[in-house]
Design a protein around this ligand. Structure first.
Ligand SMILES: *Cc1c(COP(=O)(O)O)cnc(C)c1O
Length: 395
């Protein structure tokens, strides 16, 4: 049966695509080797540098984020290389499995999935690797399965303090364009991102931002690569073209997304996300539920993962909410399946969309019989009206 009104897609990616981007994508496909293409190519290749905040190249693949994960490893490393992977959650562990399939040797630092990567532990681990066997440190900026961020600038300082030469690779697939991320300032060597989260696009594009040090590592890397090969890409990109057919219409959308982010201002985009995350946590607290991330300085601005009380299946709550209120929330992944549900508050999102989202959850908690206190929606509303966008920016 038709459900009136729009579906609320409140999973932490894909995020809802704004009409302006849908209209930008709605264009005839053009010849990607023709004279007109380079204008679009150059526009997005340059534009993405302003989003990653980097001077060096950004590679754009017609692929999901997973492809860009693969590209980061395949371009810089060789079989048998050790990689240090901080297992902050499900996405970190998936990246680790990918590394194993590439005949790399992951050294895993485990966590309880309730915090970001620990800079001190990273420094100790690198100091202990006196032979510099570890070629890369791989960390997820915004762990989408737990709602915890890792403090990338602090991790960089830890690597520098240890004097270790490993590359720093950062998955910011769900962080970029929602959470503050500064490729050059933070000394990242390869950053990985995707189109369907903070960038507000449909799935189908992914990215590698690449440092000079990573380009140098690429020269001696012997892992097999063809589709993912940076050299082929960078050669064609110099003139605004791609070595194989790019996702032309998604690139139209990407150009629009970059414009939209700069019209709002990246700092305003980041503080908007933080403000919505703070209001969401206040609602969760008022309901008497627990946020999965335990470290205040590491709460994600992109999503909030919420634990349901013992004996109450988070997936049952999600299906109740979908059935009654036509809203999709993120499921708990792997270890936390049924234990958490995830509220996405990312992308093209505003106060009233957040209030609708939280209302659907509060009504759903009641309908699904999950013990809670009422008043979460009111608490979030009070927060939003007392902390206007401008004030929270100044704070
Ligand atoms: C979404 C996501 C991925 C996977 O990206 P796909 O586009 O599904 O391949 C990897 N890491 C993180 C942190 C993500 O949020």
């Amino acid at each position: 049966m038709r459900q009136a009104g729009r579906h609320f897609l409140q999973i932490p990616g894909p995020s809802a695509v704004p009409d302006r981007i849908l209209r930008a994508i709605d264009m005839p496909v053009i010849d990607h080797r023709g004279p007109g293409f380079a204008e679009l190519g150059n526009r997005v290749l340059t534009g993405m540098k302003s989003i990653f905040q980097c001077q060096g190249p950004v590679v754009i693949y017609p692929a999901s984020g997973t492809g860009a994960w693969e590209a980061a490893l395949a371009n810089t490393l060789s079989p048998g290389d050790h990689v240090l992977m901080i297992e902050t959650g499900h996405f970190a562990s998936m990246w680790k499995r990918l590394a194993e399939k590439y005949a790399l040797v992951p050294q895993v630092v485990e966590t309880d999935w309730r915090r970001g990567a620990d800079p001190e532990l990273l420094e100790q681990t690198l100091r202990a690797d006196s032979g510099s066997n570890i070629k890369a440190v791989c960390v997820v900026h915004n762990e989408t399965s737990t709602g915890c961020t890792s403090r990338i600038a602090d991790l960089r300082r830890a690597i520098d303090a240890s004097g270790h030469p490993a590359l720093l690779m950062v998955d910011t697939i769900s962080g970029l364009a929602s959470a503050d991320f500064r490729f050059d300032d933070w000394g990242v060597d390869v950053a990985i991102s995707g189109s369907q989260k903070g960038l507000m696009l449909p799935p189908g594009l992914s990215f590698n931002a690449v440092s000079e040090k990573a380009l140098q590592a690429a020269r001696s890397s012997t892992l097999h690569k063809s589709y993912w090969d940076w050299q082929e890409m960078l050669g064609a990109n110099e003139r605004g073209y791609f070595p194989y057919t790019p996702a032309t219409n998604l690139l139209y959308g990407l150009a629009e997304a970059i414009d939209m982010l700069h019209e709002e201002g990246l700092d305003n985009v980041f503080s908007r996300h933080q403000r919505h995350a703070a209001a969401t946590r206040l609602a969760v607290e008022t309901w008497g539920l627990e946020v999965q991330c335990k470290v205040a300085s590491e709460h994600s601005p992109v999503l909030t993962a919420v634990r349901t009380p013992e004996g109450h299946d988070a997936d049952k709550l999600r299906s109740t909410i979908l059935e009654h209120f036509n809203m999709s929330l993120g499921n708990g992944l792997a270890k936390v399946q049924g234990v958490v549900f995830r509220i996405g508050h990312l992308g093209d999102f505003n106060d009233l969309m957040l209030m609708a989202t939280l209302s659907g959850i509060e009504m759903g908690l009641h309908k699904a019989g999950v013990p809670h206190s009422t008043g979460g929606v009111q608490a979030a509303m009070d927060y939003l009206k007392d902390n206007t966008a401008a004030a929270s920016k100044a704070a």
